[in-house]
Write a protein that binds this ligand. Structure first.
Ligand code: 2P0
Length: 344
């Protein structure tokens, strides 16, 4: 142990964007959600992560984009490492790659994301999914164990491990054994693009965990959303995705983003994640969709937008965006040239 003499692995894991949002936990320790959620994997935004499992007692360390994470104020990492060691101890073989018996290990994680961390872009999802996948390889864990490991790091991380459209089922059991993420459609809809607009790459004022707790404790709309809205929307997304019905997919995505922000506003004190730029983007998309629904916006716990569009409409959407933000003509020209290269 670690298995196969491997003590260090590097994995690259993508982020995911929720189409029907997860918001609210029924168990904060096990990270069990109040509702199912469903997400699309964004292949090009990744966390490349090296996980080392080092024999002997020592301090765990996590570095993200060149900065050490303060593990005392970020307990989730220790929770994941402790759970990994618990799983390892359950195995019969406790010897390391040299055949030495050892039950003590510590972890070193070095992660690099190619997108802003903690700006409502689900960076923690890709990060914890990468750690879980790394530990899975080191310890030969099964997929359910790895999924749980990702989830107790960050709930939405369990949706980043499969690619394509992923359904995170809340489950019913108290121990969380039926709370798992599954890939729902074997064939990926490959010409869906996700265009990310970063309006603010700073840390958000109300973190997701705190926001979810506040909403669960104070919102009167949340219960209605969970019981009467989410289950239908999950089915609508699955059906629209498998039928490649973009119009229905887009309507459900936008409605659910709006409802998620509505329950945030319905919390006490209210939580406001969208800013003026986010609202401007919503208006641009409404206009772009005037004659035919060709794009869908969705916002997580921050002002940055993710716009989902089919490949055939991506270029015209970007032109509409560039024109709407009135940038100087030379910049527009160079942006157009870059675009040509990206889409041809
Ligand atoms: C989601 N979000 O479904 C929702 C939509 C943000 C808005 O999952 O406390 O970082 O680690 O379980 O996963 C962000 O919350 O929260 C999130 P924890 P997480 O993607």
């Amino acid at each position: 142990m670690p298995q196969n003499g491997i003590e260090s692995v590097t994995v690259r894991v993508p982020m995911n964007i929720a189409l029907v949002k997860y918001w609210g936990k029924r168990d904060e320790k096990l990270i069990l959600p109040l509702n199912d959620s469903i997400s699309l994997t964004v292949d090009k935004l990744t966390a490349e992560t090296t996980v080392r499992m080092i024999p002997g007692v020592g301090k765990n360390t996590v570095e993200i984009n060149g900065k050490q994470v303060e593990l005392n104020s970020n307990k989730r990492y220790e929770t994941v490492f402790e759970e990994a060691l618990r799983l390892q101890r359950k195995r019969k073989d406790h010897s390391d790659s040299n055949g030495n018996q050892s039950v003590f290990y510590h972890f070193e994680v070095i992660s690099k994301t190619n997108f802003p961390v903690a700006a409502g872009l689900a960076s923690s999802a890709a990060g914890f999914a990468a750690i879980a996948l790394g530990i899975q390889r080191l310890l030969n864990l099964d997929d359910v164990q790895a999924n749980r490991l990702a989830r107790i790091g960050s709930g939405s991380a369990c949706r980043s491990m499969f690619g394509g459209l992923v359904h995170w089922k809340k489950g019913e059991k108290e121990d969380g054994s039926d709370c798992v993420a599954v890939k729902t459609d074997e064939s990926n809809w490959t010409d869906l693009y996700c265009i990310i607009l970063v309006f603010n790459d700073g840390r958000k004022k109300v973190g997701s965990s705190e926001g979810m707790k506040r909403t669960r404790e104070t919102s009167t709309l949340l219960k209605y959303r969970i019981e009467s809205i989410v289950p239908k929307r999950i089915e609508q997304i699955k059906e629209a995705y498998s039928n490649r019905n973009f119009e229905t997919l887009a309507h459900v995505i936008m409605a659910d983003s709006n409802q998620f922000h509505a329950v945030c506003l319905d919390s006490v004190p209210p939580i406001r994640y969208l800013n003026d730029a986010s609202w401007q983007l919503i208006e641009i998309i409404e206009k772009f969709n005037e004659n035919e629904t060709r794009a869908a916006y969705t916002f997580d716990a921050g002002p940055n937008a993710c716009v989902i569009v089919q490949k055939k409409d991506a270029k015209s959407l970007i032109y509409s965006l560039l024109q709407s933000i009135e940038i100087p003509s030379e910049d527009l020209k160079s942006a157009e040239e870059e675009l040509k290269e990206s889409f041809e």
